[in-house]
Design a protein around this ligand. Structure first.
Ligand code: CA2
Length: 146
């Protein structure tokens, strides 16, 4: 069976590489998706990446992920990490393993970023390794699925 992983990027992550490179790095979202796709091939998997600035669109993707043929999800919920009970409920409703990834170390930033609503319903969290957080999340998710 094909190992298909859904990558979800939340609000404002479409701006990567254009603003705040000191916090979020120089790579664009397209760069991140491209290198993640290459790593996935190396690891005998396949990714499909989706970014939205709209909470409901992300929730819809989570709801349909299993029927869409995905066997796991990596999500960077962006600012919704710290606000969204609805996103947390969607993640806990889906019968798939989910990993939370962040470019920056949310625990070393402003106190309002220290709490993640989704942390309690994911397999694990990777935070603070820049674009590499997604790569570590993919390795962790594939190891978890084995
Ligand atoms: O570190 C992360 O990956 C975050 O999820 C990024 C979110 C932030 O609200 C979280 O606390 C941590 C922000 C994404 C916004 O991305 C931008 C990228 C370039 C320029 C401006 C915003």
């Amino acid at each position: 069976m094909l190992t298909r992983i859904l990558i979800l990027h939340g609000p404002n992550l479409n701006l990567l590489g254009q603003r705040e490179p000191d916090v979020y790095g120089q790579q664009t979202l397209a760069d991140i998706n491209e290198s993640l796709s290459l790593l996935a091939i190396e690891l005998d998997a396949e990714i499909d990446a989706f970014q939205s600035n709209h909470e409901g669109d992300l929730i819809d993707r989570i709801h349909t992920a299993k029927n869409d043929g995905f066997i796991g999800i990596i999500i960077n919920p962006g600012g919704l990490t710290h606000t969204s009970v609805a996103l947390r409920d969607a993640i806990s409703s889906v019968d798939l393993p989910v990993i939370e990834a962040h470019l920056s170390n949310i625990h070393a930033r402003e106190s309002f970023r220290h709490h993640s609503y989704v942390a309690g319903v994911v397999v694990g969290q990777v935070s603070g390794f820049g674009a590499m957080s997604y790569q570590l999340a993919l390795r962790g998710l594939l190891a978890h699925l084995k």
